[in-house]
Design a protein. Structure first.
Length: 134
């Protein structure tokens, strides 16, 4: 299941996500994983959450991101929450490809993993394939 947090730069998306991450670490029976570009959240999230910097693995583009997420989920079946901060920084502003990637991640995660993604864009810019996850 995917849920999007959308808004323009400076609208509080990451702050909302940090709160969700910290709440998840207190309530989950599984593991919380956070994927981001750069290590900006290091001092803001609970140490129980696993923070992964996609730059360390040279991830760029939606196909590579999907493959990386597949590997993360395959490597740990106990993941219950997966947070992706700033997906457009990794994949780019091709909103059609974003919608396809979100659909693929949704199918991969199924009902067992809740996926929360921040998207730095206005809602009216996004196609229906992306908006359906709001």
């Amino acid at each position: 299941m995917i849920k999007l947090i959308i808004g323009t730069k400076g609208s509080g998306k990451t702050k909302a996500m940090v709160d969700m991450i910290n709440n998840a670490t207190k309530t989950t029976n599984g593991n919380v994983v956070v994927i981001e570009k750069c290590m900006n959240l290091t001092y803001h999230i609970d140490y129980k959450a696993r923070l992964i910097d996609v730059d360390e693995y040279k991830i760029s583009g939606y196909p590579m991101l999907y493959g990386f997420i597949s590997g993360v989920l395959a490597g740990n079946y106990d993941i219950t929450e997966l947070f992706i901060d700033g997906i457009l920084k990794v994949g780019g502003r091709d909103y059609v490809e974003l919608g396809e990637t979100l659909a693929a991640i949704d199918a991969l995660a199924g009902e067992n993993v809740q996926v929360i993604v921040t998207v730095s864009a206005n809602e009216d810019e996004l196609p229906d394939s992306v908006k359906k996850y709001l």
